[in-house]
Design a protein around this ligand. Structure first.
Ligand code: MN
Ligand code: MN
Length: 281
């Protein structure tokens, strides 16, 4: 360019910059305690992305899918400080922190469907205070889950996961659901609540176990225990969760998510390719 063109080019650059600031850029998404190992879908609080909307709560973080009426994934940290003696609140209720105008799934939306209101972040992982336990009963933390899956298979892995806390460990848990159509106690259904809640076909979970410490994402090694399962949302499910062990890579391939994305790539690649063979209780 010659010198006479410079002012014109500079004004164009300034104009471009000025315009882009009026364009509602996607909000910056700081990683919280619950997203220490990554944000699997790059969810943000941008209301123009209603199928990947970040709900970051003190107790857990999730990506909400407005059109499915369920989270795509939920992620939370669990260490001994989250556990105490607060009783189960059982106060299932709509999440009124969703953006204005979005349908809020109701505590009654699953009633009579043959599917449980299946907690993603479980009540028993948040017993330090009444407020924290109550937060797990928001319907944004629920997925329609076949009762046998929820009450037995899933519950067995939840219980096993909590046993790590008493042996000097802390845990990161990421779980979610994909596909459409499941079989509850009243048979096969694809949606509930007049189509406003999708019944997923599969529910998956990843559990990362670390000795208690700091700077957690950088402490994973190629021998860190990672348990991953991918289960059918079907009431004939085996109650032994270990029958459903898969690699993290298999879950990533099925869902399009990038799990453990904050973990150094070389470690991530090794951990994600393997299937857990550890004890199951
Ligand atoms: Mn991978
Ligand atoms: Mn990954």
């Amino acid at each position: 360019m010659n010198k006479s063109q410079l002012p014109a080019i500079l004004s164009l650059l300034l104009l471009t910059a000025a315009c882009s600031t009026t364009n509602d850029p996607a909000p910056v998404t700081p990683l919280t305690e619950h997203l220490t190992l990554g944000n699997p879908s790059g969810a943000t609080t941008d209301v123009s992305q209603p199928t990947n909307y970040l709900l970051s709560k003190p107790q857990y973080a999730l990506s909400y899918h407005r059109d499915r009426g369920i989270p795509t994934w939920v992620s939370w940290h669990l260490d001994a400080s989250w556990r105490g003696s607060a009783p189960r609140q059982d106060d299932f209720r709509a999440d009124n922190t969703l953006p204005a105008g979005w349908y809020q799934v109701q505590s009654s939306s699953y009633t009579g469907s043959g599917f449980d209101r299946g907690h993603q972040c479980p009540s028993a992982d948040r017993t330090n205070t009444v407020a924290d336990n109550s937060a797990t009963f928001l319907m944004s933390n629920m997925i329609p889950q076949a009762p046998r899956n929820n009450q037995q298979t899933w519950a067995n892995l939840e219980n096993y996961t909590r046993t790590f806390l008493s042996t000097g460990n802390e845990v990161y848990i990421i779980c979610g659901a994909y596909g459409k159509g499941g079989t509850g106690s009243n048979g096969f259904q694809t949606t509930l609540d007049q189509g406003r809640v999708t019944v997923p076909a599969r529910l998956w979970k990843v559990v990362v176990v670390l000795p208690t410490g700091d700077n957690d994402a950088t402490r994973l090694t190629t021998s860190t225990r990672v348990i991953a399962i991918d289960t059918p949302n079907d009431n004939t499910i085996n109650t032994d969760w270990s029958q459903y062990r898969v690699s993290v890579d298999a879950i990533e391939a099925a869902t399009g998510l990038d799990l453990l994305s904050a973990v150094p790539v070389a470690v991530q690649q090794v951990l994600e390719a393997s299937v857990d063979k550890g004890p199951t209780q």
